[in-house]
Design a protein around this ligand. Structure first.
Ligand SMILES: *[C@@H]1O[C@H](CO)[C@@H](O)[C@H](O)[C@H]1NC(C)=O
Ligand SMILES: *[C@@H]1O[C@H](CO)[C@@H](O)[C@H](O)[C@H]1NC(C)=O
Length: 316
């Protein structure tokens, strides 16, 4: 297949799978097992909600009391063990992503509910070697005695939020990588009217900006959360999981004027970081499965189905 054919093929699969998801969701709701619910996002508040049969919509809140199985924002949540098939280039058809994704133990905080990632360090990389965010050892750790610190997942906060010391070190690493890997053509711009502090553009008033890639959006640095013992891979935050307003980094500094955050964590990963990422919770094993941004596997939360189907043998 040519690239263009591949692309329309992927789009066709996505369109078909959305139909299947709708059917499957209706069926699951009547069987009650597993319950797969569509998510909608409130335009004004950015909050995600799920409709539970015969009830008012519930806000998707990982710090709430619902028992999650799988979450794929902004499309669906599953509350019972179910395979999640996603189509991609695999010629034998969609496969169950819940079995293929990376795993990490998660931590909980006795003082504040929610899922915490065991993050040891953060780095930023683009076209050259990765640049570590310079922080003292343990700066990101959760202190279970005070309930402070840690890296927590939040579905009720749109952007990532960082404690001021973490934010400053992160901004420095991001600046370094953008300047170095653009050959000095790009730099952080004056914030001006923009909502985010970290916005990048052409150095010295030129119109340089992050270029587009062919398939996976804007060509911009990756942010890697280095996970601790027991994780099978690191957590990588790619372009659309953090870019806002084309060239701004959707990370804000924690503070009185920033997002109010319970318990003073070191870092909050918000809804934008979790969109189009498949999360699978295993409360018995206390592990969290996580994909990277699904677009990078040329698939998407929109194309998920909960049962396997064979691809037709004749392809467009
Ligand atoms: C969003 O906010 C606007 C203005 O505040 C209001 O008119 C509109 O009804 C709101 N929409 C929803 C879906 O709540
Ligand atoms: C995570 O990243 C660190 C630093 O690059 C690396 O040493 C480590 O092997 C990675 N962990 C996994 C599980 O891939």
């Amino acid at each position: 297949m040519s690239r263009a054919q591949e692309h329309s093929y992927v789009l066709a699969r996505i369109a078909m799978a959305v139909l299947l998801l709708v059917q499957c969701t209706a069926q699951a709701a009547s069987d009650q097992k597993p319950l797969v619910s569509r998510i909608t996002q409130d335009f004004n508040t950015s909050l995600y909600t799920v409709s539970i049969k015969n009830g008012a919509p519930l806000v998707v809140d990982l710090a709430g009391s619902l028992v999650w199985f799988a979450l794929c924002l902004p499309v669906f949540a599953a509350f019972g063990d179910t395979p999640v098939y996603l189509p991609n280039y695999n010629p034998s058809g969609p496969f169950d992503y819940t079995k293929r994704i990376q795993q990490t133990p998660f931590l909980t905080n006795p003082r504040t509910p929610g899922y915490y990632l065991p993050v040891k360090g953060i780095s930023v990389s683009w076209r050259g070697p990765s640049v570590p965010v310079s922080l003292p050892a343990g700066a990101l750790d959760l202190d279970v005695r005070t309930g402070r610190g840690g890296v927590v997942l939040s579905t009720v906060t749109p952007n990532a939020v960082m404690r001021p010391d973490v934010f400053r070190a992160f901004a420095k690493a991001f600046d370094t990588v953008v300047v170095r890997d653009s050959g000095g053509r790009m730099a952080r711009g004056a914030p001006g009217h923009r909502r985010f502090e970290l916005c990048y553009g052409g150095a010295g008033g030129t119109s340089f900006t992050f270029p587009m890639m062919k398939w996976t959006g804007i060509d911009a640095p990756a942010i890697t959360l280095q996970l601790g013992a027991g994780a099978t891979g690191n957590w990588t935050i790619l372009n659309s999981n953090y870019l806002r307003e084309w060239s701004c980094v959707g990370v804000v500094e924690m503070g009185p004027e920033g997002m109010p955050v319970d318990g003073e964590p070191a870092v909050v990963l918000g809804g934008v970081q979790l969109e189009n990422v498949l999360l699978v919770f295993d409360l018995d094993k206390r592990t969290l499965g996580f994909s990277r941004l699904l677009e990078w596997d040329l698939t998407s939360c929109y194309s998920a189905t909960m049962f396997r189907y064979k691809l037709p043998t004749t392809q467009p």
